[in-house]
Ligand binder design. Structure first.
Ligand SMILES: Cc1ncc(C[n+]2csc(CCOP(=O)(O)OP(=O)(O)O)c2C)c(N)n1
Ligand SMILES: [Mg+2]
Length: 594
């Protein structure tokens, strides 16, 4: 029987002779390479932690001992060893396991993750709770050098060092591979003085140990387990270890689409218009060329935000601050104080981290910082931790902030330009998707502030008005065209601005049609439709008998799966919008909508 077949859970691994563990690690690596080739997903991170995963589950009595991975992208091997080997064939798909960690998925996933830098805080809390209960189980956090650039990791270690005397026995494994997704950044990364880092915070240090030497790892982890009080073990690994293309270019192989194992060639993807990300990068490069005050900031997502191409063209004008979204925002605020025009490019989901920095450091002082939120809306395979569901709600409530959502990539170019003309802060959000492929105006213009545009008039007396925010405007037009063929006249508004909302336009269109559907790819609670509802209320349109439906994301965390299918399930595609209009017109629900 193949070795991996005999390991259904970590207890099986612990029954193996120590001499069989290197072989178990080799089998695990082959498994991860085969799975990655077949399905894609996060890749190089988990190849680097293969021996560490085997050694951790061998030395610690999981799940009684609590093993807490940071982020989760490097824990695919952990998933294999904890009974999810077959399930991994469906990872990140609707019916399969998450690409990160979830308490609901396995008792071995002690703490859910997806965002970086949480493991040490969570582990310290768990260790303290166990101490209070008199439970002597061990608690181990595994954090990468990239994740450790997050402020929370410093805060947690600092706290652990302070508690050292009363000692909840927190163990931290610090996995240094020189990489975040891109090459890692930071003074600690440069100096490599992990000992100084730990000891200066009062946490005893051990290491460094070769993270691909199972024997050495086991010895080091046994010593770590025996330590009293907090302790940090420094492990050195190679990201992508054991798969040559990933070792050579771990940046490219952080995540992958399916590929050929023999050659490392990725399966071709069908041609599509440039992504929103690429269009944003192009727009940013052109404003950077014209305006020397413009700089850009990323929090460890150089490639994901498209800023890598801008950095190549404009060396010294792009800052990668590490996984430090809070710092990114306040750093930008500081730059803006002195006349620099920073563009902060952060995914919708990660900017959640920096809410108070946006409020207290940027908006309150009206500093002209531009926020470009990529991955606004449904993100597909990354799932619950990464959905761009909340940005419109969490930005809309902040005074002084202009909030925009482009319907297509041409409009986004104008919005970036508009934001950079303003005296105060502004944000715009766009989705994880290919662009619409529209042609781009030769030079961007400043859009009139707080003005939407009527995309379709729907005759003199429309039957329904659809007021759309962002990319759903295109689906709204398609819905209106379908309804026109049925003799229903639909007006369509592209709101452009969530704030200041074009109240004049939305209220006049609503008053004329008396039936309104608002559409947004974001949380309904506090989002764009809620902004319209407030305007309708304030201006008496509601009281005059408006019939209103708001389409958006419900009050739940949306899991991983196909974003297109999810869009349809939430009625955010053309047929869902059309069906909602028919419903408002008193017809029965269209049967074609699931
Ligand atoms: C708050 C937050 N920002 C950004 C990311 C995106 N991200 C996922 S993994 C990763 C790099 C993590 O580096 P490290 O912990 O060293 O793991 P490695 O990939 O080197 O194994 C980043 C930036 C995230 N998950 N969370
Ligand atoms: Mg790393």
């Amino acid at each position: 029987m193949a070795l991996l077949d005999s390991i259904r859970e970590p207890a099986d691994l612990r029954r193996l002779p120590r001499t069989a563990l290197a072989q178990a690690a080799a089998a695990l690596r082959d498994e991860l390479i085969a799975r990655g080739a077949a399905r894609g997903g996060h890749f190089a991170g988990s190849l680097g932690t293969v021996e560490l995963t085997v050694a951790l589950h061998y030395v610690f009595d999981t799940p009684a001992d609590r093993l807490i991975w940071d982020v989760g992208h490097q824990a695919y091997g952990h998933k294999v060893l904890t009974g999810r080997r077959e399930a991994l064939a469906r990872i990140r798909q609707e019916d399969g396991p998450s690409g990160f960690l979830r308490r609901s998925e396995s008792c071995f996933d002690v703490f859910g993750a997806g965002h970086a830098g949480t493991s040490v805080s969570a582990a310290l809390g768990i260790a303290e709770a166990l101490r209070r209960k008199g439970d002597a189980s061990h608690v181990v956090a595994v954090i990468g050098d990239g994740a450790a650039t997050a402020g929370m990791a410093f805060e947690a270690l600092n706290h652990a060092g302070h508690l050292a005397g009363e000692a909840p026995a927190l163990r931290v494994v610090y996995n240094e591979n020189g990489m975040s997704i891109a090459p890692n950044v930071g003074g600690l990364s440069r100096s490599g003085d992990v000992r100084g880092y730990a000891e200066s915070l009062g946490v005893p240090y051990a290491g460094p140990v070769d993270g691909h030497d199972v024997e050495a790892l086991i010895d080091a982890l046994v010593a770590l387990r025996a330590s009293s009080g907090p302790a940090l073990l420094h492990v050195r690994t190679k990201k992508g270890c054991g798969f040559a293309p990933a070792e050579d270019d771990p940046f490219k192989w952080h995540a992958t689409t399916p590929f050929d194992v023999a050659t490392g060639t990725r399966k071709p993807v069908s041609p599509a218009p440039p992504t929103w990300t690429a269009c944003f990068a192009g727009a940013l490069a052109s404003v950077a060329r014209r305006d020397p005050r413009v700089v850009a900031i990323t929090a460890a997502m150089l490639e994901g935000t498209g800023l890598a191409t801008v950095a190549n063209r404009f060396p010294g004008r792009v800052y990668d601050v590490g996984i430090a979204e809070q710092h990114a925002v306040t750093f930008a605020a500081g730059l803006a104080c002195e006349g620099v025009r920073p563009v902060v490019a952060i995914y919708s989901t990660f900017l959640q981290r920096a809410f108070d920095q946006i409020v207290h450091d940027v908006a309150l002082q009206r500093l002209p910082v531009t926020f470009a939120l990529d991955r606004g809306g449904l993100v597909g395979a990354d799932g619950k931790t990464h959905q761009g569901a909340f940005d419109l709600s969490y930005l809309r409530c902040i005074p002084n902030l202009t909030v925009m959502a482009p319907a297509d990539e041409n409009e986004m170019r104008h919005m970036l330009h508009t934001a950079l003309q303003l005296e105060g802060p502004a944000a715009f959000r766009f989705p994880r998707a290919s662009g619409a492929g529209v042609s781009l105006d030769p030079s961007p213009e400043a859009l009139p502030l707080g003005k939407g545009r009527l995309l379709r008039k729907g005759g003199n007396r429309p039957d329904v008005a659809v007021i759309a925010c962002g990319t759903v405007a295109r689906a709204a037009v398609a819905a209106a065209e379908a309804l026109a063929r049925e003799g229903v006249e639909v007006a369509v508004v592209d709101a452009r601005f969530v704030k200041p909302l074009d109240e004049e336009l939305v209220c006049s269109v609503a008053a004329a049609a008396r039936r309104v559907v608002t559409v947004e790819e974001g949380a309904l609670a506090g989002g764009f439709g809620a902004a319209c509802l407030e305007a309708f209320d304030r201006r008496g349109v509601l009281a005059a008998g408006l019939r209103l439906r708001r389409l958006g994301l419900p009050d739940q965390f949306v899991t991983h799966g196909d974003a297109g299918k999810q869009r349809a399930a939430f009625w955010l595609d053309a047929s869902g919008i059309a069906a909602t209009c028919r419903e408002l017109l008193g017809e029965r629900r269209a049967t074609e909508v699931a």
